[in-house]
Structures are given as C-alpha cells and as structure tokens.
Unconditional design. Structure first.
Length: 222
C-alpha cells in the first residue's frame, strides 16, 4: 500500500490550497500530477483556479457564472496551468474521479481550456506512466510509499552507467524543466521525504479533527 485508502483520509481543501500556493507560479508549460488522486478533488480544486489568456495575450476576466466560491476567496491562487494528470490504482476510485471531473466540467467549475487525464495504474509502473512530463507532483502517500516512489519522481542526474531508458528519462526531465524555467516542485501532505531538506512547510487545519494541524511540505527536485 502506497497511500491511505480510507475516505476519512481524503485530502482536505485547506491542504490543497497550501499545495497550490507551493506550486506557484504555474504557467502553460506546467503539467501537474496527483499521485493517488482518489476521487479527483485535488485535481478539480487546482484546475478550477486556471485562467486562460485572451487572443491578445491579456488575462481573461471570469464571469460570475463560472467563478466558484473557492476562486473568489483565493484570487492569488489563480494560475495558467492547463494540464493535469491523476494516477489512481483502484479502478473504482479512478472511475469516481472521472465522474467527478466530468460533473465539474459540465457545471463550469473547471474551465473549458483545462485538460485532466486519469490514469488507472500502479504509480510505480513507469511503463504506463510518463513522469518526465511532470513539473509539479502532489503526493499524499504513507512513508513507505514515498520511499518507493522517490527514485521515480525525483529527477536523476545523468550518469555514465545509466541505461538507455534512464538516460532518455533524465533528458526528458531536463527538457521539461528548461521549458518551464523552473525545477520540479514535489509536494507531500502529512509525511515528509526521508533524508531530504524541504523548501517550505506549512500546517493546515482539517474539518474532521478539531484542533489538528497537518503539515504540507514543498521540495525542489532539481
């Protein structure tokens, strides 16, 4: 098991707000991955804040009909990312995420220019999942899950003894970071990476446990 499976442990909105703040700035070259996306709530909340550019390159104004209450309360979290990918091992949960995303699109919570893809697969299966596209990765995993996935999501330094596949993955990672002009931002909720220094840490309150404050960590994986 890589991630908590109980619905009690679904990522709260407050943690998503912190994660989105950590991911900024987000632009059209970014691709956000949610590993263990569950019901899709992280993808939906993040995607709902995306604002397209108008034909003249200026920022489009949002109409009242398409602006959600969460968008109104967090204007500083608006961004320009339009590509989101969720990874979920459970077919039932993956289908739930797709259904929730479709509903959010139909009700204009998610803008029409945004693309969200759900991949039903084991997050460790690199034959099915191309992590080289990711510029932001959100992880709500148990410590064991973070240990297992770290070699996959953390960009590798080129090394002479790399296999051809490893060299290609490293080159792809480098190209993505050059396009975005930013390092890969890796964000974890609850559990930190072992033996890695985080860039930022913030505590967020959760509705289901009064008085509790759970940590969100930001890492720059160069």
């Amino acid at each position: 098991m890589l991630a908590p499976r109980k619905k009690l442990w679904s990522t709260p909105s407050s943690a998503i707000d912190v994660a989105l703040d950590f991911a900024q700035p987000l632009d059209g070259n970014d691709v956000v991955y949610d590993v263990g996306c569950g019901d899709g709530r992280v993808l939906i909340q993040m995607a709902s804040r995306s604002i397209p550019f108008s034909s003249d390159g200026s920022l489009e104004e949002k109409s009242n009909n398409s602006t959600t209450s969460s968008q109104q309360s967090s204007p500083t979290q608006h961004h320009y990312c339009k590509q989101f990918i969720g990874i979920e091992i459970s077919p039932e949960r993956a289908e739930e995420a797709r259904s929730n995303i479709q509903h959010a699109q139909e009700t204009n919570q998610i803008p029409s220019h945004v693309s969200i893809e759900i991949i039903c697969a084991n997050a460790l299966d690199t034959d099915l999942i191309d992590y080289s596209r990711a510029t932001v990765i959100f992880l709500y995993l148990v410590p064991r899950g973070l240990r297992l996935i770290k070699p996959i999501v953390w960009p590798k330094e080129d090394a002479p003894d790399n296999s051809d596949d490893d060299q290609t993955a490293s080159q792809n990672d480098s190209i993505i970071r050059q396009k975005s002009n930013k390092c890969r931002r890796v964000i974890t909720y609850m559990s930190p990476f072992e033996d890695e220094e985080y860039v930022r840490k913030e505590l967020c309150h959760v509705d289901h446990q009064v008085g509790a404050a759970w940590p969100v960590y930001l890492y720059h994986a160069k």
